[in-house]
Design a protein around this ligand. Structure first.
Ligand code: GTP
Ligand code: SPV
Ligand code: MN
Length: 615
């Protein structure tokens, strides 16, 4: 076309943006224009979230070799994407909180001054979308118009991100129409950082070795550069719904949490309960959200598997929504025996990333079936057989699927103003020390338990898998402000909720015996733990008090059908005072990192725990 020099001019760019704009809100149009002038795309598309748009983008990506269509008979409407090996997980060491004051980011976040970070980023974003299409993706987190809902826009040069955003959020015109002049909304910008020279061949998974995931909580902005994967690129998710939203929530009196949400019905009495649970990445939120009880008396329905926003309602109780509209779930370990509901959910309309391709044109991953296929194409596009000596799928390979395909989806997911929460679980992946379940002695004690959670690292983030680390409230990589202030916010929420505050439990499905095997069968049998927790709330299972909380008394945990587990119960519930006192010393060290910002209430809980342990 010979028009590059024309397109380079600001006037032409402005025309690209304005001619297709689907909003008359000047604040939006001006912001999009500004980003376009900086990133200099070849084309601008205002997304409407329609099926036509999905069809067009998937076709283009298939043509470009960025998506592989799966066998339409086996997996209709579904595609496989393969990332490059240097872009497979969240990059925590490249994630930054850019608050004006360093202390407001706190010692668990990487901090940069906003102006400094912008100065570092702008040269990278300058021309970063050259040769590409810039997509404008308006989205709603929660039902449009709901009491807890928030709106945002992601600008991205990744069509893969657009497709995923269409699944993960309520994306489209209704969200854009909700962004009216003067309203609060979150501005997010994403570039894979791989501009194309005229005539240059594109990579099937464009990205950059240099990555930045940056948050500006005071101006409600996210700028993400260099990665196309998951939470690095789907900016509605961790960047907005956790890091930015946690800051909004603190200011406005609500909570943005790394939690699943489920609805529980007692099938005898008809009584309904709602639970939320915070577990670190790849520690079983999706599994629990889709729980199939192995004991009678309970029906479990799914509301969310990753993020919950919780806000006190008019009646003084704590209400929660799942702000998302899809699952971005871990594939390996998800199978008929461990999570049949997920397997049913994935029947079609799914984007799989970094799993293996079967000879029939379907997908496979470790744990999907007991039988291992004789031949696959692995996540890197190479031939694979059971003797290859390496996994066929990346350990952080994922599926993106609309939540409305979940056979166990609760009507409550559609609730404009959320559901009242009865119980909150905190958990982690702990081979030792932490018992299967313990009820906290008070809200303050529960906040202490959440604040001191440790967990073995998983493949969800780049780094060493298996290393034990503190992951308070499963929010270590996701809290957008000083973690100690966050604990203080939780304590204040408890004061505000008073009698109406949910009960808090600590759980651990991952305790191992001396022989290295999991002591607790887990998965569907976790219903037995939930059954006990609810009966304990109702006063039907008083439990046995230990120094770390109330555990099931003899006979209170329903083991009907898994009687063999009884032999391991002592080990599953063992609480060693020496080990716990050693944990207390580590907690003291951990708290010391936050100096005098640690709330007095948590120091008091540490002292009280030591006393109960007999120090
Ligand atoms: P993110 O999406 O990364 O936030 O994680 P998630 O918490 O939703 O992870 P998910 O539920 O997908 O966790 C998957 C991993 O946890 C798989 O390796 C499962 O096998 C394992 N898992 C889940 N529930 C249990 C359980 O009850 N017992 C055991 N032993 N493993 C479990
Ligand atoms: C997690 O890592 O906790 C996830 C996946 O839920 S990602 O969206 O990539 O952060
Ligand atoms: Mn998560």
């Amino acid at each position: 076309m010979g028009s590059t020099s024309t397109l380079d001019t600001d006037a032409a760019i402005t025309d690209l943006v304005v001619s297709g704009a689907t909003t008359s809100n000047p604040e939006v149009v001006e912001w999009v224009t500004e980003v376009a002038k900086l990133t200099k795309p070849d084309a601008v598309v205002w997304c409407d979230g329609s099926q036509d748009e999905w069809n067009r983008i998937t076709s283009e990506m298939v043509e470009a070799g960025s998506l592989i269509p799966l066998n339409q008979n086996l997996r209709p409407g579904s595609f496989l994407a393969r990332s490059t090996p240097n872009d497979v997980a969240r990059v925590e060491d490249r994630t930054f909180i850019c608050s004006e004051n360093e202390a407001d980011a706190g010692p668990t976040n990487n901090w940069r001054a906003p102006a400094e970070m912008k100065a570092e980023l702008m040269p990278l974003f300058d021309g970063s979308m050259r040769g590409r299409t810039m997509y404008v993706v308006p989205f709603s987190m929660g039902p449009v118009g709901g009491a807890i809902t928030q709106l945002g826009i992601e600008i991205t040069d990744s069509p893969y991100a657009v497709l995923n955003m269409r699944i993960m959020t309520r994306m489209g015109q209704a969200a854009l129409d909700g962004i009216v002049p003067g309203s609060e909304w979150v501005r997010t910008v994403h570039s894979v950082g791989a501009p194309l020279e005229p005539g240059q061949d594109d990579d099937p998974w464009p990205c950059n070795d240099l990555k930045y995931i940056t948050h500006f909580p005071e101006t409600l902005e996210v700028w993400s550069y260099g990665s196309g994967y998951g939470g690095n690129a789907l900016l509605s998710k961790k960047c907005f719904a956790l890091r930015i939203a946690s800051v909004m929530g603190r200011k406005e009196g609500w909570l943005a949490e790394h939690m699943l949400l489920l609805k529980l019905t007692n099938t005898d009495s008809g009584k309904v309960y709602h639970l939320s649970a915070a577990f670190p990445s790849a520690c079983g939120k999706t599994n629990l959200a889709m729980l199939q009880p192995t004991i009678p008396g309970w029906k479990v329905e799914t509301i969310g598997d990753d993020i919950a926003w919780l806000r006190p309602g008019n009646d003084g109780r704590l209400y929660a929504i799942n702000p998302e509209a899809g699952f971005f779930g871990v594939a390996p370990g998800t199978g008929e025996s461990t999570n049949p509901v997920a397997m049913e959910t994935l029947w079609g309309n799914t984007i799989f990333t970094n799993v293996a391709l079967t000879d029939e044109g379907d997908v496979w991953w470790e744990g999907k079936t007991d039988a291992v296929p004789d031949h696959l194409i692995d996540w890197q596009g190479n031939d694979w057989t059971p003797d290859s000596g390496r996994p066929s799928s990346h350990p952080n390979s994922r599926f993106t699927v609309p939540i409305q395909q979940t056979p166990t989806l609760a009507d409550d997911w559609f609730e404009q103003d959320g559901v009242p929460i009865d119980a909150i679980l905190f958990g982690g992946r702990r081979a030792t020390n932490v018992p299967l379940v313990a009820r906290s002695l008070s809200w303050q004690h529960g906040v202490f338990v959440g604040a001191t959670i440790s967990s073995e690292k998983t493949a969800a983030a780049e780094g060493t898998v298996g290393e034990l680390r503190r992951d308070p409230f499963a929010m270590l990589p996701f809290c957008g402000y000083n973690m100690a202030d966050y604990w203080g916010h939780w304590l204040e929420m408890g004061e505000r909720l008073g009698e109406n505050a949910p009960k808090i439990f600590q759980v651990n499905w991952f305790r191992k015996g001396a022989d290295g095997r999991f002591l607790w069968p887990g998965f569907g049998d976790n219903s037995r733990v939930i059954d006990w927790a609810i009966r304990s709330i109702e006063g039907e299972a008083p439990g046995r008090e230990t120094p770390i909380g109330v555990v099931p008394a003899d006979g209170e945990l329903n083991l009907a059908g898994i009687e063999e587990v009884a032999a391991d119960l002592d080990e599953i519930f063992a609480i060693s005072p020496e080990s716990w006192l050693a944990e207390c010393d580590l907690t003291e060290e951990f708290f010391a990192r936050f100096g005098d910002r640690v709330p007095e209430g948590l120091r008091a809980e540490l002292a009280a725990l030591r006393q109960r342990l007999g120090a």
